[in-house]
Design a protein around this ligand. Sequence first.
Ligand code: FMN
Length: 203
Amino acid sequence: MARPLPAFEAAEAPERPGELFVSWLLGALRAGVPDAQTMVLSTAGPDARVVVLREVDPAEGRWWFAGDAHSPKGRELAGDPRAALTFYWPALGRQVRVRGAVELGEPAGTAAAFRLLSPNSRIAALVGRQSEPLADPDEFSTAWANAAERLAADPDLVPEGYTRYAVRAAEVEFWQGAADRRHVRLHYRRTDSHGWRRELTWP
Ligand SMILES: Cc1cc2nc3c(=O)[nH]c(=O)nc-3n(C[C@H](O)[C@H](O)[C@H](O)COP(=O)(O)O)c2cc1C
């Protein structure tokens, strides 16, 4: 943290955490943070892995990602639909933590989102078998070629397990690091009325 970092005026933060998140994400993208839109997804396993943030919905307070329902993370989420997301943008000394229940995207929207992915992303998803042992790399090459053929024959193909997940935030925390270690933390908690309560926490 021994570098110039932005100030964070927590008293001026917006009412909804999604709005503050979008402004921090845009700041990270402008600052050239590599892969700023990726995050650590933690599940109840316990387990954790990096995934891409696909969409943020500030009005609903939902953070979206996508993956295979048959993967370990998909199975964990089916068994215990709660997750935490962690973003860290080193150039700005900023961390955001999101916690909440996991919801599934509608099938029609999921299929439409899948068809917007690059051809190689779609082929990778069609190959599937994520996290299974791979005995022989040639098997992967053959599966890739088969998936590429299937996609060429049917460009609208969507793998059965492809799933959009949203974390409906119950809590969101913004952490602004400071060179002098006087870090600032702002915590949002969803209230029953769908509003948000904001409070500072000790760093
Ligand atoms: C930068 C980056 C982005 C990734 N994005 C995704 C993603 O959006 N969805 C996904 O399923 N896996 C993504 N992965 C791979 C996951 O980290 C993980 O290896 C994979 O999903 C298997 O996890 P699981 O065994 O816990 O299911 C990404 C990995 C990295 C490093």
